[in-house]
Design a protein around this ligand. Structure first.
Ligand code: C2E
Ligand code: CA
Ligand code: CA
Length: 573
């Protein structure tokens, strides 16, 4: 009897304790800010607990109710959520995921946990749901701070690349296009240098403020660096079409941009446009293509909009490759000087030779100077290359003189950038003296482009060279600005009529008349005339008939190695 009583007391005590514990758990559970969903594998029963009602306006009572969850999350998240809710199917004990709840503009975290018995059979499942919107927003804000550009308030490059990546992922799913506009303000450096960085900064801020107007869910505007801006447009159409935005930018800049201090600045901008999927299928590739196209737009002037096309990018890539090769080119090994003979029309004798550089890269592949010289001019490599050309061609010329005691003329092509070097004139004269070459036998070929930037300074230098006795020849005449009024002011001795005139001199009657008139006039001004690119007998005969002095071209001799010129000289002895 005592024994039974004892057992009963014990059971009552245990029950009381269990009841107390359950009460405590319920209290904890009910006062929790989280919602809980309990599931028993034994009874297949669900129980919604905790702060359930503030999270959901439905209850889960049986397995089919689970689908109610899928209705409140974004469609793309349903798969992940299902995996999480049925964790046991993947043999995982615990997992946490986060889902966006569009209707509430909130983020819910689902943490599912399975409890197993000793035989590894699942017993209970508890899904705890918490609202992590605040934390999510904070991290988002922090991310944004890291992704903002302080000077303009626009997104910076990193953020832009990230969002563009998201645009592209979505565009693939939805089968739409994404456009990237790469914008560069024309002459920004000149404004910055000329009017001061305060004005420059102000201009950038106002321009950024203007571009920001285009921003919306599907349009993101970013400031990369300095005067470079980028816009990405998801599924461009209507008010967010590329044409519309480009046109608006054009109009805006033409009206003038008012800087924060009230100054009205008239600027223009060049825009390069590249589109997914045509140009590239990744964010960096797309930006890169738009940038390349923008460079191309810049090269063709101000206020230009250019659209991606494959040849532009291929050409650019090829140029980059050449530029890299050029940096590693070993002058003595890869470059060689060729010389193209020039003949006097009157005597038929060798008048001189034009030095033309030849480049066979490390794989012995020929790269035309027409391709690499412009690249070298842009990146400054033309200075060391030009120095090498001067030294090497004068050295060859000196050898001919030693061998044949001849008095012909050596023509060397000189780029505008070379003239800008302060030591250019001195270095040239030193090289001339080193090889004991008379100045009268040296001719420098220049193009009109050297006059564009600093006419007076260039004319001053040309005059110094001429005072030494060096001849100056105006190359490619007829292709550039070619105003005859220039000619009178330019200190030149020789004028080279461009190949494009010679090409059609027989076939096109107006070219015939123009060339005739030019040569007559130039002769009156006292210059010598050279026709270049003469390929046919007929061209030569016509040029002779209109009084051209010197002829150069494949018809009389292609550019050739030094020894071949030596042979010509030997034949003339
Ligand atoms: P350029 O100064 O106008 O040189 C004449 C170009 O026409 C040369 O091309 C020459 O080979 C080519 N040519 C001459 N006669 C004929 C002809 O009858 N028919 C045809 N189809 N072509 C002819 P190249 O050597 O390819 O040079 C291209 C350009 O590269 C030159 O044009 C010049 O601007 C530049 N360049 C070449 N060598 C040098 C150099 O040493 N220094 C600098 N700064 N530029 C150079
Ligand atoms: Ca030339
Ligand atoms: Ca030429």
């Amino acid at each position: 009897m005592d024994e039974m009583r004892y057992q009963l007391d014990l059971l009552t005590a245990i029950n009381q304790r269990l009841g107390d514990q359950e009460k405590q758990y319920r209290l904890v559970c009910e006062s929790s800010v989280n919602a809980y969903l309990y599931f028993s594998f034994e009874t297949n029963e669900f129980k919604c607990m905790g702060n359930w009602n503030s999270f959901f306006d439905f209850e889960i009572r049986q397995i089919k109710d689970i689908s109610l969850f899928y209705d409140i999350v974004e469609e793309k998240d349903t798969h992940v959520l299902r995996n999480n809710l049925f964790l046991e199917k993947r043999g995982i004990k615990q997992e946490t995921i986060e889902c966006h709840i569009p209707e509430k503009n909130a983020w819910y975290q689902f943490c599912t946990k399975i409890i197993y018995d000793d035989n590894k059979e699942p017993l209970d499942k508890i899904i705890s749901i918490s609202d992590v919107s605040k934390y999510k927003k904070q991290t988002e804000e922090l991310m944004k701070m890291a992704y903002f550009d302080m000077s303009t308030g626009l997104y910076n490059r990193n953020y832009f690349v990230m969002i563009l990546g998201e645009f592209l992922r979505k565009a693939e799913e939805e089968n739409v296009t994404v456009s990237v506009l790469f914008i560069d303000i024309d002459d920004f450096k000149r404004i910055n240098d000329g009017m001061g960085i305060v004005v420059g900064e102000g201009l950038l801020q106002s321009f950024a403020f203007f571009l920001k107007e285009f921003e919306e869910e599907k349009v993101i505007v970013s400031h990369f660096t300095s005067d470079l801006f980028c816009i990405a447009i998801y599924d461009p159409c209507g008010a967010r079409s590329v044409e519309h935005i480009c046109q608006a930018i054009k109009e805006k800049v033409l009206q003038g941009i008012i800087s924060p201090d009230g100054q009205k600045l008239l600027v223009t901008a060049c825009i390069g446009v590249a589109e997914y999927p045509e140009a590239s299928n990744n964010a960096l590739g797309l930006i890169n293509c738009a940038e390349i196209v923008m460079f191309k737009a810049k090269a063709s002037g101000k206020n230009v909009i250019k659209y991606f096309d494959t040849p532009i990018v291929n050409e650019f890539m090829k140029n980059v490759e050449i530029e890299n090769k050029l940096k590693n080119a070993v002058f003595e090994k890869e470059f060689i000087m060729y010389f193209q003979p020039q003949f006097s029309v009157e005597t038929g004798k060798l008048r001189g030779a034009e030095a033309l550089i030849r480049w066979y890269d490390e794989e012995e592949k020929f790269i035309s100077p027409g391709v690499f010289i412009p690249i070298a001019e842009r990146n400054g490599m033309i200075v060391p290359i030009g120095q090498w050309v001067i030294e090497e061609s004068i050295r060859n010329f000196a050898e001919w003189k030693k061998q044949f005691d001849c008095h012909i003329i050596l023509s060397i092509n000189i780029s505008a950038i070379q003239y800008k070097q302060p030591e250019f004139v001195n270095d040239l004269i030193k090289t001339m003296q080193k090889y004991d070459i008379p100045a009268e036998e040296l001719e420098l070929e220049v193009t009109e482009s050297i006059l564009i930037e600093d006419f007076e300074e260039v004319v001053r230098k040309l005059n110094i060279l001429r005072d030494h006795g060096i001849k100056i020849s105006l190359d490619d005449f007829g292709t550039g600005y070619s105003s005859l009024s220039y000619l009178k002011e330019m200190p030149i001795d020789t004028l080279k009529v461009d190949k494009s005139f010679v090409d059609t001199i027989i076939t096109d009657s107006s070219t015939k008349i123009i060339t005739g008139a030019i040569i007559q006039m130039v002769k009156k001004l006292g210059y010598e005339t050279i026709a270049e690119g003469v390929e046919e007998q007929g061209q030569y005969e016509y040029l002779k008939s209109i009084g051209c002095d010197i002829i150069q071209g494949y018809f009389f001799g292609k550019p050739m190695p030094s020894e071949k010129i030596a042979q010509l000289l030997r034949e003339q002895l």
